[in-house]
Design a protein around this ligand. Structure first.
Ligand code: GTP
Ligand code: MG
Length: 290
C-alpha cells in the first residue's frame, strides 16, 4: 500500500501562524473527528499549544457510534483532558462551549477579577485537521454564517477572528496535517474521514483498507449496504476479491476506481450507518494506533 503523506507549503505556513498567535489566546479548541478520534489528533497542535489550556472538541458525533463515543469521553476524562462531544444540530453549542471554557479558565479569570481587571471576552483559537468542522462550529458559536465551510479539506485558507458574544472571541484557522503520520493506518483513517484532499491519495488503497476494516469489525454494515450474502463474503477470499464483488453488485462492471470512490464516500457520509473506526483499546503502550 502506498504511504499517504501530505504536508504542502500552505500547511507549514498555517502552522507557523498558529504558533505566532498562540501567545494571544487564553485557550485552544482542538477539534477531532469523533469517528477517528486518535488519528485526527494532530501532535503539532499540542506542541504549538505548550502550556495553554486545551479543550478537545469531538465533532461529527452524529456520524459516530454512540457507545464508542462514550468510551472515548471516558478515556480523555481519565487522562485529565477536558473534552466535549458536540452535535451542533441538537445542542446549544455556544452555551456548552462557553461554560466549559469558563470552567477551564476559572482560576485565571478569578485572578484577573481579584486584581480589579475589567471583564473581557475569552480568546480561543480553533484548530484541527482539515474538514473536521472548525468553521462550522465557529459559525454556530457566533450564530452567523461568517466563516466559509465546505465538504472538502482546505476550505479555510487564512486565519480570521470572529466575535461570538461579550464572552468569547474566536480565531478560525486553516486545517493542518503534519509531516509524518505515526502509522500508515493513521494516513488511511484520515483519508477515509475526508481530511486529505481526494486527489492526493490512491482511492483503491483506501477502499481496500476500509473493506479490510469493515469485514473484520462491521460485516453486517457491509452486507446490508451492498446486498452481500455470507456466501459472497466467504467466496471473496481477499479484499481485492471483495472489491470486485461489490463493484459488480453496484453494476459498475470492472470499474474498481469508481466502486472504490463510492465505498469511501458511502462510509464517510454515514450511508453504512454510524461508525467509529478506532477505540481506546486499539492504542498501544505509546498511545499509538498501529
Ligand atoms: N454530519 C456532520 N457534518 C459536519 C459536522 N460539522 C461539520 N460538518 C461538515 O463537515 C464539512 C467541513 O466543515 P468545515 O467547517 O468547513 O471544516 P473545517 O474544519 O473548517 O475545514 P478546513 O477549513 O478545510 O480546514 C462541512 O460539509 C460541514 O457541513 C457535524 O457535526 N456533523
Ligand atoms: Mg474552515
Amino acid at each position: 500500500m502506498a504511504v499517504i503523506q501530505w504536508f504542502p507549503g500552505h500547511m507549514a505556513k498555517a502552522l507557523r501562524q498558529i504558533r505566532e498567535q498562540m501567545p494571544l489566546v487564553d485557550i485552544v479548541f482542538e477539534l477531532v473527528d469523533a469517528r477517528v478520534p486518535y488519528s485526527s489528533q494532530n501532535p503539532e497542535v499540542a506542541l504549538a499549544a505548550g502550556d495553554k489550556p486545551c479543550l478537545l472538541i469531538m465533532t461529527k458525533t452524529d456520524l459516530a457510534d454512540a457507545d464508542r463515543l462514550k468510551e472515548w469521553l471516558d478515556y480523555f476524562a481519565q487522562k485529565g483532558q477536558p473534552v466535549l462531544a458536540l452535535d451542533s444540530r441538537r445542542q446549544n453549542v455556544a452555551k456548552l462551549v462557553t461554560a466549559k471554557s469558563k470552567e477551564i479558565l476559572h482560576d485565571k479569570l478569578a485572578e484577573e477579577a481579584a486584581k480589579g481587571m475589567k471583564k473581557r471576552p475569552i480568546r480561543a483559537m480553533c484548530v484541527g485537521v482539515p474538514n473536521v468542522g472548525k468553521s462550522t462550529l465557529l459559525n454556530h458559536l457566533v450564530k452567523k454564517n461568517v466563516a466559509a465551510t465546505g465538504n472538502r479539506p482546505g476550505v479555510t485558507t487564512g486565519q480570521q477572528w470572529l466575535r461570538s458574544s461579550a464572552e468569547l472571541e474566536l480565531l478560525d484557522t486553516p486545517g493542518v496535517l503534519w509531516h509524518k503520520f505515526a502509522s500508515q493506518k493513521q494516513g488511511q483513517m484520515l483519508a477515509l474521514s475526508g481530511a486529505i484532499k481526494d486527489s492526493l491519495y490512491p482511492k483503491d488503497d483506501v477502499a481496500l483498507f476500509a473493506l479490510k476494516y469493515l469485514r473484520a469489525h462491521q460485516p453486517e454494515m457491509l452486507k446490508k449496504r451492498y446486498r452481500l450474502t455470507d456466501a459472497d463474503l466467504d467466496e471473496a477470499v481477499t479484499d481485492p476479491d471483495l472489491l470486485l464483488t461489490i463493484t459488480q453488485k453496484l453494476g459498475m462492471r470492472d470499474d474498481y476506481d469508481r466502486a472504490s470512490e463510492r465505498l469511501i464516500f458511502d462510509l464517510r457520509k454515514g450511508k453504512l450507518g454510524p461508525i467509529t473506526m478506532e477505540v481506546p483499546a486499539d492504542l498501544n503502550e505509546d498511545g499509538i494506533n498501529e
